[in-house]
Design a protein around this ligand. Structure first.
Ligand code: MF3
Ligand code: CO
Ligand code: CO
Length: 256
């Protein structure tokens, strides 16, 4: 499948949508507190996105019923906001995808509710670092497999965590999910060569225990098979001749 190479004009639109998606994460952070429901987080993000002239991509996407994904503790990804109340010690991924002027920006971050355990904080830290080690592999001429190799070598090799294989990063642009698939357990020197103008996400899901997941009866919520904690962070990237641009970057976000 041919991978779209974004023109300068299209890249501008990807920047605008990516920047807005990052702003949603900044906006929602102070609301992630004990006692709040994930439906309230969803409503606030939904309204913010609409007020900024964009559309929340998840809403009605393949039947998804909300505007953001909220994945708590053992939830790996695609958690559906609802009446569940956040409690002290929970860890939550909030995943935002905006469509602005026809273009998608996709980014997610981990938040700690109140105070949590050292092991949960470490899992989050390793997840963020692994995503960035993957990002640093991005450059025209390098191979897609180099990204997942860097992620898995660190998260699994150095830390013994499970790296989820059932869900991948993805090409993104006018379409939410398209080729190429970005495995987070790729092998170095394998896969397609990256070209300047490609845009895709890197979004490793890192589990305390087994990498295996299953999807609940709601058809969306993916959880760890062993009930252990899972963490994820995500950015949308542009491949450039010299490396990459992080289209969803925001002030004060973690980076390596
Ligand atoms: N934002 C998710 C991703 O990173 C996809 C969510 S699809 C939904 O690819 F339907 F669950 F919202
Ligand atoms: Co994504
Ligand atoms: Co996402």
């Amino acid at each position: 499948m041919a991978i779209h190479i974004h023109s300068k004009r299209e890249v501008e639109k990807m920047w605008a949508s990516g920047r807005l998606a990052g702003q949603v994460l900044e906006f929602i952070e102070p609301h992630v507190k004990p006692g709040v429901t994930t439906d309230e987080l969803d409503r606030r993000c939904h309204d913010f996105i609409i007020e900024h002239g964009a559309i929340p991509a998840p809403l009605n996407y393949k039947g998804f019923p909300r505007s953001i994904c909220t994945s708590i503790n053992e939830v790996v990804c695609h958690g559906i906001p609802g009446d569940r109340t956040l409690k002290d010690g929970d860890i939550i991924n909030i995943d935002i995808t905006t469509i602005l002027d026809g273009h998608h920006g996709d980014t997610s971050e981990m938040f700690v509710v109140g105070e949590t355990t050292d092991k949960a904080r470490k899992l989050i830290d390793v997840t963020r670092r692994s995503m960035w080690l993957g990002i640093k592999e991005v450059a025209a001429g390098k191979r897609i497999g180099d990204i997942g190799a860097a992620i898995a070598t660190f998260a699994r090799g150095e830390h013994g965590y499970g790296v989820v294989e059932a869900f991948c990063g993805h090409g993104i642009g006018r379409v939410f999910h398209t080729a190429p698939q970005i495995s987070h357990v790729g092998r170095r020197g394998t896969g397609m060569r990256m070209k300047a103008g490609m845009t895709f996400t890197i979004e490793p899901m890192i589990n305390e225990g087994t990498h295996e997941c299953h999807v609940l009866d709601d058809g969306w919520t993916a959880v760890t098979r062993d009930g252990g904690l899972s963490a994820q962070t995500e950015h949308t990237l542009l491949v450039t001749d010299h490396g990459y641009e992080v289209l969803t970057m925001r002030d004060n976000a973690f980076s390596l």
